[in-house]
Design a protein around this ligand. Sequence first.
Ligand code: VGL
Ligand code: ZN
Length: 198
Amino acid sequence: MTDALIVIDMQNDFCPGGALGVTGGDVIVDDINARMSAFGAMILTQDWHPAGHSSFASSHPGAKPMDVTDMPYGPQVLWPDHCVQGSAGARFHDQLDTDRADMIIRKGYNPSIDSYSAFFENDRETPTGLHGYLQTRGITALTMVGLALDFCVNFSAVDAARLGYDVRVETSLSRGIDVNGSMDAALAGMRAAGVALI
Ligand code: VGL
Ligand code: ZN
């Protein structure tokens, strides 16, 4: 049995100075690198949106960032333009040790659906393929770190727990956006799903 470290969205746009910068998002990079050698598998996720993505406030006339809109799949926070495919903001943080990754999974490339989770798009049913990858490698235990704790880490951890993985989130190696109480809701939701918060 192999356990995997899943490093979520450690990209320039989620670090201070980026389009959707998370406070302290960059200070965790060295400690994340230091954790990598403790795992049998190392996976990175990368938020990867086409220009004009439906999760961008700029794609909705009259909307501003952090507004919430109704999408066919449910409520969706509208974000500043971020992690546009091929842009500097979409690149991993310069100090992240990407050479150690076995696998890089991109998400959010579907123009009409956002994808917080590394497992499913925000309709909660369109798979990214990560579950199949982990299953074929025999991986059953997952540790998650990265950005943002209340969105992509949260959704990934809850989906993984639902899929039957043994899931831990190392909160000291993660930072959140905290919009409209999202941090408290995320921590409560992860605990309720059986995710171990370390
Ligand atoms: C994320 C908002 C929009 C994240 C990605 O990585 O948590 N948050 N896209
Ligand atoms: Zn995004």
